[in-house]
Design a protein around this ligand. Structure first.
Ligand code: FES
Ligand code: FES
Length: 211
């Protein structure tokens, strides 16, 4: 499927990097972070990758990200994807990895407000930028955010695997265009794949938030 080039959800490169995009970076490394508690605001969190155990293994590189409003200072292998780092190092597993080739959009996160496919972006490409994941959409007291609630109310999910990606895509759209028409919403969500719900309830849910 060819996404509408004029719509959101088609970028796989953050705004400022000139590092070449290496599509489909596999989840090959990384140790789950046990010290950083995601989803809470507060002091910067520092995490260091374990020393390479294999002679000649690539040295980790420093990486600074602000994820869901919380600053992180990390060290990661340069080859690792943003999706991998968000999920494994930061424990934000709401971001789903499906195809790992930039096709399905289930891994969509926002980098400096732009929706990107986190499986095709190197984490180091997002250095110094703001990253938002689906975990950021809930209210402070844990209740569903408005768009999440609309998805529930309109039965806009079945298995839910694609849902975080659609939620982040919809969030980016509504942030940029608070009152998009139904056709505009349709063209936007066409960037992502849902295999079981169908698109009408997803469009209904996003449209409901604009009323
Ligand atoms: S998992 Fe990233 S686009 Fe499919
Ligand atoms: S709800 Fe199952 S793939 Fe979309």
């Amino acid at each position: 499927m060819t996404p509408d080039p004029g719509t959101l959800g088609t970028s796989d490169t953050p705004n400022t990097s000139d590092t070449p995009n290496t599509s489909g970076t596999p989840n090959t490394s990384g140790t789950p972070n046990t010290s950083a508690t995601p989803g809470t605001s507060g002091a910067s969190v520092t995490w260091s990758a374990p020393a390479p155990s294999t002679p000649g293994a690539p040295e980790p590189v420093p990486l600074k990200l602000t994820v869901n409003g919380r600053p992180y200072a990390l060290e990661v292998e340069a080859r690792r994807s943003l999706a991998d780092v968000v999920r494994r190092d930061l424990g934000l597993t709401g971001t789903r990895v499906g195809c790992e080739t930039g096709v399905c959009g289930s891994c969509t996160v926002l980098v400096d407000d732009e929706p990107v496919r986190a499986c095709t972006v190197l984490a180091v490409q997002a250095d110094g930028q703001r990253v938002e994941t689906v975990e950021s959409l809930a209210e402070d007291d844990g209740r569903l955010g408005p768009l999440q609630q609309a998805f529930q109310d309109h039965f806009a999910l079945q298995c839910g695997f694609c849902t975080p990606g659609f939620l982040m895509l919809g969030t980016a759209l509504l942030r940029r265009e608070p009152a998009p028409g139904r056709e505009r919403i349709r063209s936007c969500v066409a960037a992502n794949l849902c295999r079981c719900t169908g698109y009408r309830p997803i469009v209904d849910a996003i449209e409901a938030v604009t009323r």
